[in-house]
Design a protein around this ligand. Structure first.
Ligand code: UDX
Ligand code: ADP
Length: 455
């Protein structure tokens, strides 16, 4: 039986290890984290993160071949393979602040592995890291006095939140980067064989370590670039009477372009896109590739611009003032089907509305705890209400920021009657039935198309 250890029980480590345990019943999978509250939640069978299908997946293997523990040091020696899935946020201090990855958690992990390993280990980078981090990890791991050999592989995770279980079950590809030595290739083969329990072998690709590390940054940068491209065009649609939905459909039918990731909206959020682009920008600058850095920076610039533009359109439409007006925010998560609010556009939008002295009320089916935490400094200026009908009561405007299905089926006629008049609706996700809303009486403003105003 192989013993697998994963350090970091977050959005990536938890679901990935639950899938490996479920697909490889002959292997023992242990997930450790310094955060005891998180570990307790995983152990209870009710994961600390909301992800459709995850609870069932975890319960299938929990206590059989899937274990959770807060004893990081004590779990290292018995593992054959150690996945590292700790957080690598953008640095907030010192050199590279606001751009470079903060590698302190990652480096601590390397050192704790070194201090506790007495036999050879394969160490797998699962978290997104700057290119060439694997070789830095290898240097730290081999800096000890012992003769233990560590083989470092890069195996970035491409799962999306909200669809993590299905992405893990049926990935487009699994990417494994390893060194070209005999030990490196043996380690790559061992990891390939684990994934081959359920992923077709032609979808498991192997590369050198640096290609693998860069591919993760490149994939996220190109996905984010598509979102910024369509969002930039949405601004043009709003002033030309073109409709971004129609434009996206027309260009997406070109098989070279493809239809996915062309939904215009309030901008991308999540823990990866911004962080990875900034990381790419920092790397390019480090290597003197200033034009390349500038090119990718624009993806983030357009994303910020989209959020600012949206708030400005709220202000303009509501007679240039929202001071004292109740504004109900429908959805705070960075996308539907997750409670995650990291880098959610809702954070910036709410902050701007509070600056304009609006009375903001936030509703969301899964993200209210995180929202409270994100806006903790605005106490008294923002309220949180799980029931969307109560949030909307007395509001001057509804602002849709997350594409939760439940907001498509609200009884908007009833909502309209409970609101201050004239009632406004700003759709930052383009998922509602706008004609119906106009018929009910709303003034409707949708990202990427002309406003639908009641005369
Ligand atoms: C992303 C990558 O998709 C995934 O491969 C990687 O492992 C982690 O980063 P995630 O951040 O979970 O996944 O969600 P994703 O579905 O990519 O959405 C990111 C953001 O872009 C969300 O805020 C989403 O609302 C926004 N988005 C996405 C759009 O605004 N329009 C689109 O067409 C697609
Ligand atoms: P991701 O979305 O990349 O999974 P998360 O923040 O959800 O990121 O998860 C990363 C986890 O790693 C957190 O639960 C954090 O407590 C954990 N972690 C950070 N540093 C260490 C460490 N040195 N040892 C063990 N766990 C760690």
């Amino acid at each position: 039986m192989k013993n697998i250890l994963c350090i970091g029980a977050g959005y990536v480590g938890g679901p990935t290890m639950a899938m490996i345990a479920s697909k490889c019943p002959g292997m023992a999978v242990t997930v450790v984290d310094v955060n005891e509250v998180r570990i307790k939640a995983w152990l209870s069978g009710k994961p600390p993160i909301f992800e459709p299908g995850l609870e069932t997946l975890v319960k299938k293997s929990l206590g059989k071949n899937l274990f959770f523990s807060a004893d990081v040091a004590g779990s290292i020696e018995k593992a054959d393979i150690i996945f590292v899935s700790v957080n690598t946020p953008t640095k907030t201090f010192g050199h590279g602040a606001g751009r470079a990855a903060d590698l302190q958690y990652w480096e601590k992990t390397a050192r704790i592995i070194l201090a506790n390993a007495k036999t050879d280990k394969i160490v797998v980078e699962k978290c997104t890291l700057p290119v060439r981090t694997a070789s830095a990890m290898e240097r730290i791991l081999h800096s000890g006095p012992g003769s233990v050999h560590f083989e470092v592989l890069s195996n970035p995770e491409f799962l999306s939140e909200g669809t993590a279980v299905q992405d893990l079950e049926s990935p487009d590809r699994v990417l494994i980067g390893g060194s070209n030595t005999a030990e490196g290739q043996a380690a790559v083969k061992m990891l390939v064989d684990i994934y081959a329990h359920w992923v077709p072998r032609d979808r498991i690709i192997t590369t050198n370590v640096w290609s693998s590390e860069l591919s993760k940054l490149a994939a996220n940068a190109m996905l984010a670039q598509r979102v910024s491209s369509i969002n930039s065009l949405s601004a043009l649609c709003e002033v030309t009477e073109a409709d971004i939905g129609e434009v996206a459909r027309a260009i997406g039918m070109d098989s070279r372009i493809g239809a996915k990731f062309l939904s215009a909206g309030i901008g991308f959020g999540g823990s990866c896109f911004k962080k990875d682009i900034l990381n790419l920008v920092y790397l390019c600058e480090h290597y003197g590739l200033h034009q390349v850095a500038e090119y990718w920076k624009q993806v983030v610039v357009i994303n910020d611009y989209q959020q600012e533009r949206f708030v400005n359109s709220i202000l303009r439409s509501m007679f240039n003032t929202v001071a004292g007006k109740r504004i109900a925010i429908l959805g705070f998560a960075f996308k539907a089907d997750t409670g995650d609010t990291r880098e959610s556009p809702a954070i910036a939008v709410c902050r701007r509305l509070v600056e304009e002295r609006a009375e903001v009320v936030v509703t969301d089916p899964e993200a209210l705890d995180n929202a409270r935490h994100d806006l903790a400094d605005l106490v008294g200026k923002v309220t949180f209400e799980p029931d969307p009908y109560k949030a909307a009561k007395g509001a001057h405007a509804l602002v849709v920021l997350t594409e939760w299905k439940c907001y498509e089926t609200l009884d908007y006629a009833c909502v309209f009657k409970s609101m201050a008049q004239p009632a406004f609706l700003f759709d930052g996700r383009r998922k509602l039935d706008h004609d119906k809303l106009v018929k009910i009486g709303f003034n409707v403003h949708v990202i990427g198309q002309s406003s639908m105003i009641r005369k």
